[in-house]
Design a protein around this ligand. Structure first.
Ligand code: FAD
Length: 434
């Protein structure tokens, strides 16, 4: 006989968005009553702040460990341990994978064969890493090949890193996962070579000039960049990679490999049942999918961004997960307006720290003296992106809270730029004046 249970609200996924949704639910409704709210997560632990996995978690000493970084620690808000969910009447089904969904019947089937039915579903399934195999490569199963998406991955990375002190790591990919892991590996006294096919690191966000600063900084920390090529194969002996072979035949000795080659939203359960867009589930300004009883939030949701004239976008950013989750809960529990989201992404590596707001489209206008920044222990510089005489995006390294707020504000109100040369000259002063 098939077990089956019914809940009014089900959150599918137990990551960042799920944690923030749960807190928002309790804030608006008080404790859940029996059969009211359930969270189903494939992971074995309660929702946590995923960005910690490539930062504090990898520190050589005194690394961040649970329960310290459960949600909603990252927003300096309440820390939701497993007990918190119990105390607030929320059923937290951990270690449970949903294997199929029936949107018309409003049911989910779990890996343990249980059928969960819902009145309202909030899809928060996030994204999964892309594997080497998806690009014709191999070696993902080797003992010393690491990916980084969840805490199981992070534990493996720590274990492998500690097994080869002073050894060689090959980092495949120059995105933020590759860059943050490379910095952590250096802190753990491992020699790092980063390999990627693009012209420069952080290709989707950085301008060549911004990238140059960070690449020089990494180089000064002993990191080697091999750009414009790819690892074509990994040589494996006794279950471990020993050598990475590049397209041009070069052989790089490897004690470990970290792969950060991108992610895909986890939409498979809903393909053919919900409208899709931008590689995710298409939702409206209420985070509501093409079936009105389903909401989608976080990495998996493509939603209209007012700042971009209502164009649907999908972001794999923690701030987006937090805000869209809260918005969906507010919408599901009553009427709210459409979400008005300011895209925001950040990263921290070594002693550096940057924030980016808006869109990196249009003309890039750099500010700050990057040459002297390179020599400074507290560099400060950045870029604005200007479209049709208005600020569309802004990047700042080393800003103060007030300065970050000022660039965010400039993007939010699409500050007029009558003279690009003046913007380049004045830099931060241009937006701090307002
Ligand atoms: P996730 O947090 O990925 O949660 C998805 C959850 O759904 C997981 O628990 C997963 O197990 C579960 N799930 C999926 N499918 C199923 C299923 N079928 N059944 C049951 N459960 C399922 N963003 C930034 O802005 N700044 C950063 O510095 C930053 N650093 C990051 C570092 C790392 C290592 C990673 C991996 C991400 C980082 N991000 C960062 C991105 C940010 O963490 C994500 O945008 C955020 O976690 C998205 O939240 P989410 O809830 O949508 O998805």
């Amino acid at each position: 006989i098939q077990m089956s249970r019914a809940f009014k609200y089900v959150i599918l996924g137990g990551g960042v968005a799920a944690g923030y949704a749960a807190l928002e639910f309790v804030r608006r409704r008080g404790d859940a009553t029996a059969g009211e709210l359930c969270i189903i997560s494939e992971e074995a632990v309660a929702p946590y702040e995923r960005p910690a996995l490539s930062k504090g978690y990898l520190l050589p000493e005194g690394g961040a460990r649970l329960p310290a970084f459960h949600t909603c620690a990252g927003a300096n808000d309440q820390l939701l341990t497993e007990d918190w969910y119990k105390e607030h009447g929320i059923e937290l089904m951990l270690g449970t994978k949903v294997v199929s969904a029936d949107v018309r019947r409003k049911t989910l089937l779990t890996s343990s064969g249980e059928v969960i039915s819902y009145t309202t579903l909030i899809v928060a399934t996030g994204a999964r890493v892309l594997k080497l195999e998806e690009f014709g490569g191999s070696g993902s199963d080797a003992e010393n090949v690491c990916y980084l998406r969840n805490i199981v991955d992070a534990d493996k990375l720590v274990r492998v890193m500690r097994s080869c002190p002073g050894g060689n790591a090959i980092v495949i990919g120059g995105g933020y996962i590759g860059m943050e892991c490379a910095a952590a590996l250096v802190a753990n006294k491992i020699k790092v070579t980063i390999v990627f096919p693009g012209k420069h690191c952080m290709g989707r966000l950085f301008t060549p000039k911004l990238a140059e600063f960070y690449e020089n900084y990494y180089t000064s920390k002993g990191v080697t960049f091999i750009k414009g090529t790819a690892v074509s194969s990994l040589e494996i002996s006794s279950g471990k990679v020993t050598t990475a072979i590049l397209r041009d035949g070069r052989r790089l000795p490897a004690d470990m490999v970290v792969v950060g080659i991108g992610a895909r939203a986890n939409t498979a359960l809903f393909e053919g049942q919900l409208a899709m867009d931008k590689g995710g589930i298409k939702v409206n300004g209420q985070m509501q999918a093409s079936d009105a009883s389903v909401y989608a939030v976080g990495d998996v949701a493509a939603f209209p961004v007012k700042l971009f004239a209502g164009e649907p976008r999908r972001f794999e950013h923690v701030d987006c997960a937090r805000r869209t989750a809260r918005h969906a809960v507010a919408a599901a529990l009553g009427a709210v307006g459409d979400i008005d989201y300011l895209p925001f992404f950040y990263s921290r590596v070594f002693a550096l720290s940057w924030r980016f707001y808006g869109d990196n489209a249009g003309e890039a206008v750099h500010f700050g003296d990057m040459d002297s920044a390179a020599a400074s222990s507290t560099p400060k510089f950045g870029a604005f992106w200007v479209i049709a005489g208005r600020v569309a995006g802004a990047f700042l390294e080393g800003g103060s809270p007030e300065e970050y707020e000022a660039i965010a504000h400039a993007v939010r109100r699409r500050a007029a730029v009558p003279d690009v040369a003046q913007l380049a000259r004045e830099g931060l002063a241009f937006v701090l004046r307002e």
